[in-house]
Design a protein around this ligand. Structure first.
Ligand code: FAD
Ligand code: UDP
Length: 375
């Protein structure tokens, strides 16, 4: 008999949801994390009475009733709606691309005028089958929006020009001909009133957690204690990079407490020209409609990833997808290890998708009828 049914590597959302479900089914779990806090990248910490999103802005949004009901069992969400502002040189625009943006760009007032303006720009370019992000963006929104709001930001974010990036990245951004600054289309959106750490804490209630412990420092000893492992770290690291490293994009955060009530008047401001070195500034109090005397801001810089840095975004282009598929084959030969989360599955996933994947894995692995799935 082993001491635990499951060793869970990673106290992020995936690991925490799986641990919660396993505990509910009477299983014993040990959760470890190399960081000294729970929550993974959704970790929030209170500074000056403000919940600070330590690894970048996190806005919960979903169309999935099952996931919305699931998270609301644990914590209360506020009614925050993400409406970022873009600053390009000395110009200011609403995001996502909508009638406000088009009015600010060209002075147009009606959807017909905006469509005509964009159509006129698109028709000059003769792009038939957009293959790169550049072509996709130009074919979708035309030259002006591309140059002012996409080109510089994307080049900073991904460290390479839009002509060398896959088109799917930009498909995440909505384009609409209404005066609607809501960044997301999902019916459910908000931020946990007491922060995301509170959510993860609730999920991990009654589960043993050891922080500051790297799986690879003590792999044999840790694995020997459990029947199975749920691994949410980097899949290429698990296999000792035997086929070579997968590519990631890293970030650097510069956080500052400011002796003023309101720094930028909005939670998220994107800096879309290439010359400003950071991609965005977030002002944390606005995620919770805070009225504190002070404010906390974070500048987010995108940077090249190399071993030792935090891998924030998988770079899901053709080359890395092929490499990942090789690692996936190795993973299938490890029946006692389940790979999950955005690093274990090498996929950019929003929080709702990560929770859904963890619930699906738990239901399949633990053979129980879990939360009701959507038709
Ligand atoms: P993680 O949170 O990365 O957790 C994995 C954990 O495993 C980490 O804590 C890590 O320390 C630990 N670990 C790794 N290797 C080891 C090891 N060897 N030993 C021990 N522990 C290890 N999603 C949204 O829905 N809305 C948003 O607005 C949003 N904004 C985002 C902004 C940024 C800048 C980023 C990077 C992501 C954003 N996301 C957003 C996505 C969200 O962060 C993820 O969906 C979620 O955090 C993934 O959870 P996870 O458990 O898979 O991974
Ligand atoms: N993007 C852009 N301009 C912006 C915001 C986003 O060109 O002001 C592009 C960029 O390529 C980015 C992608 O849209 O990688 C997705 O943006 P999103 O805000 O959804 O990304 P995330 O918050 O996950 O970094």
């Amino acid at each position: 008999m082993k001491k635990y049914d499951y060793l869970i590597v990673g106290a992020g959302l995936f690991g925490a949801v799986f641990a919660h479900e396993a505990k509910m089914q009477g299983k014993t779990c040990l959760v470890i994390d190399k960081r000294n806090h729970i929550g993974g990248n959704v970790y929030t910490k209170e500074v000056e009475g403000i919940q600070v999103h330590c690894y970048g802005a996190h806005i919960f949004h979903t169309s999935n009733e099952r996931i919305w009901n699931y998270v609301n069992q644990f914590v209360e969400f506020n009614h925050f709606v993400n409406s970022p502002i873009a600053i390009y040189k000395d110009e200011l625009y609403n995001l996502p691309f909508n009638m406000n943006t088009f009015h600010q760009l060209w002075g147009v007032k009606t959807p017909a005028e905006a469509k005509a303006k964009i159509q006129q720009q698109i028709s000059q370019m003769h792009i038939v089958n957009p293959r790169t992000l550049e072509e996709q963006a130009l074919a979708l929104v035309g030259q002006d929006v591309y140059e002012k709001l996409i080109e510089g930001y994307t080049r900073k974010q991904w460290g390479r020009p839009c002509s060398e990036l896959p088109s799917f990245i930009i498909k995440r951004l909505p384009l609409r001909y209404t005066y609607d600054n809501n960044y997301f289309k999902d019916p459910h959106q908000g931020i946990p009133k007491k922060g995301y750490t509170h959510l993860v804490k609730k999920l991990l209630e009654g589960v043993q957690v050891i922080l500051g412990t790297d799986f690879f420092d003590n792999k044999e000893e840790l694995v020997a204690q459990a029947e199975k492992v749920v691994y949410t770290g980097m899949i290429d690291e698990y296999f000792d990079y035997c086929y070579g490293p997968l590519e990631y994009r890293s970030l650097r955060f510069e956080t500052e407490v400011m002796d003023m009530e309101n720094y930028q008047g909005n939670a998220v401001v994107n800096y879309t020209d290439y010359e400003v070195p950071y991609t965005r500034i977030i002002e944390h109090k606005h995620f919770n409609f805070g009225t504190q005397q002070k404010t906390v801001i974070t500048r987010e810089y995108s940077q090249k990833w190399d071993q030792g840095k935090e891998p924030y975004y998988p770079v899901n282009d053709a080359k890395n997808t092929e490499l990942f598929n090789q690692y996936k084959k190795l993973a299938l030969n490890e029946p006692k290890v389940l790979f999950g989360g955005r690093l274990g599955m090498y996929r950019y996933m929003d929080m709702d998708k990560v929770i859904e994947a963890a619930l699906d894995m738990a239901e399949c692995e633990l053979s129980y009828e879990g939360t009701k799935k959507e038709e």
